[in-house]
Design a protein around this ligand. Structure first.
Ligand code: GLU
Length: 507
């Protein structure tokens, strides 16, 4: 039996999108579940698209997610190097082998000549002109030029590429675990460049050669690579590696929350959610995007949300940690159709995970944040806030965004929120409440509640006539956890002060 080896093979052309993280995650889960190896390979053969910092970003992002590699550029391994730019020599040999065996050929056409060919074809009615088994016959390549001419051109350092010679009218088949059998006629493929004039292979050759040499057993990658898969199969066959063809799984797209199409950076900007795992800063262009991490997501919830974009366990269970995912994951349960991204669901996951965090960790995060902002509260105080508020937060930062009133005095009431609720006698009701609160000796939530009930009774008020104003006075909001408990936590002095300020402002 072939040992299980999977690779994540990103190109360092920019920040890793969450779709890329999902691909890495599925590869990782399947590798671990099968007690196999997970490899990181950097596909950096296209030097024009190389973005400095992108490789580090990929590694840092996956490390934040808890996805670890067994082999890769920094850690090395038996099959290295793991950066394609460092494997240049290796590909040359295979390109040469294909040329020598008549399965690939040199092509000398200049960009102008290629353009002219496309124009002519279009004029004669061909919609998408290709360099293929027909057109190659009228181009400048080693199939049309004499041997001597080819030699001359190569020795005089003329620029050339190597193209694969796709056979005419053959069915190329592949069995994809997600899509089933996919069959394509070779007439639909063009003679793709496999080796460029800069001495670098193209993605196709490098990808196939490396998957073979690195003994990759399963290729799990995005659906956008499905059209390239027949060409890859052809390369395996041409190179005599038909027995080594990996098992392919082409993942469905992650779709925009509304409408159709792939989730993009612009959707995130437009709808206000991140599409990258962690902060991305392009030092050359100044481009900068916060990631899920900066937004306040815990890596565990991010992973849990991500795994469900295209996969499901076949039952109702939704919360899985990485270890459980390793046990449960299977390629068979990946769906065919695109998965709609849902940011509300992402938040739901985070809320579940935040609730499970150890209390002392949450307290520490809050106190660190407060210290940074020159605010000081005892751990005991923060713990009480935590007990009352944890159930309501989606992110830890909600403690100081939504629960600001626990830590800071109210600086300017948003009266527009309560305008309609302030009636003729409201001042009087609130003042009475304030006076009664002042008399409480043990300022507990129960005592605050009973004083409040007394005021309602005295004026024959419904709860809804006074509670919102009381809440507003203490928190500048109309919603939140138990108000009596808030009063107990912030204490008598602040409760009274805030009501007095409120009264001052409405009088
Ligand atoms: N370098 C390709 C990418 O950036 C890899 C595709 C594959 O996994 O074969 O996605």
């Amino acid at each position: 039996m072939r040992s299980v080896r999977l690779r994540f093979a990103p190109s360092p052309t920019g920040p890793l999108h969450i779709g890329g993280v999902r691909t890495a995650l599925y590869n990782y889960l399947f590798a671990k579940k099968s007690k196999g190896k997970f490899i990181l390979r950097i596909e950096d053969t296209d030097q024009n698209r190389y973005v400095p910092g992108a490789e580090k970003y990929i590694i840092d992002s996956l490390s934040w997610c808890g996805i670890e590699f067994d082999e890769g550029p920094e850690i090395g391994g038996e099959f290295g190097p793991y950066r394609q730019s460092e494997r240049k020599k290796i590909y040359e040999k295979y390109a040469q082998q294909l040329v020598d065996e008549g399965k690939a050929y040199y092509a000398f056409d200049t960009p102008d000549e290629l353009e002219q060919m496309r124009k002519n074809m279009k004029l004669s009615g061909v919609k998408s002109p290709q360099y293929n088994s027909i057109t190659r016959n009228s181009m400048k390549n080693s199939l049309t030029l004499s041997k001597d001419e080819v030699k001359k051109r190569i020795t005089s350092s003329e620029k050339y590429v190597i193209r694969i010679k796709v056979p005419r009218n053959e069915e190329i088949k592949l069995n994809d675990t997600i899509r089933g059998w996919v069959s394509i006629n070779s007439n639909n493929l063009d003679d793709k460049v496999i080796f460029k004039s800069d001495g670098m292979p193209t993605y196709h050759l490098a990808n196939v050669v490396d998957d073979y040499l690195m003994k990759i057993s399963h290729v799990v990658r995005g659906e956008e690579w499905l059209p390239s898969a027949p060409l890859h199969i052809l390369l395996y066959n041409y190179l005599g590696w038909e027995k080594e063809i990996p098992v392919f799984s082409h993942l469905p797209l992650i779709l925009k929350p509304e409408g159709n199409g792939k989730l993009s950076k612009r959707d995130g900007e437009r709808l206000g959610f991140p599409v990258f795992p962690i902060l991305w800063e392009n030092l050359t262009t100044g481009e900068k995007y916060d990631g899920y991490k900066e937004f306040g997501f815990l890596p565990e919830s991010f992973i849990n949300m991500l795994v469900f974009l295209g996969w499901n366990p076949g039952n109702e269970k939704e919360i899985f940690d990485l270890e459980e995912l390793v046990q449960t994951f299977s390629l068979e349960r990946i769906g065919k159709s695109g998965a709609k991204f849902d940011f509300e669901k992402a938040k739901w996951f985070n809320q579940k995970y935040v609730r499970k965090l150890p209390k002392d960790l949450v307290v520490k995060e809050i106190s660190d944040y407060l210290a940074k902002n020159n605010l000081e509260f005892t751990n005991d105080y923060i713990e009480k806030v935590c007990d009352l508020f944890l159930e309501r937060v989606v992110f830890i930062k909600d403690f100081w965004i939504e629960g600001k009133y626990f830590f800071e005095d109210i600086n300017g009431y948003k009266f527009s929120l309560v305008q309609k609720r302030i009636k003729e006698n409201s001042f009087n009701h609130m003042q009475t409440l304030c006076e009664k609160l002042k008399k409480i000796e043990n300022f507990s939530s129960i005592n605050v509640e009973s004083v409040f009930a007394e005021v309602l009774e005295e004026f024959n008020l419904k709860m809804s006539m006074l509670l919102p104003l009381f809440r507003f006075a203490l928190t500048n909001l109309l919603y939140g956890p138990s108000l009596y408990s808030i009063a107990e936590i912030i204490g008598k002095e602040k409760t009274i002060n805030r009501i007095e300020n409120f009264l001052k402002e409405i009088s």
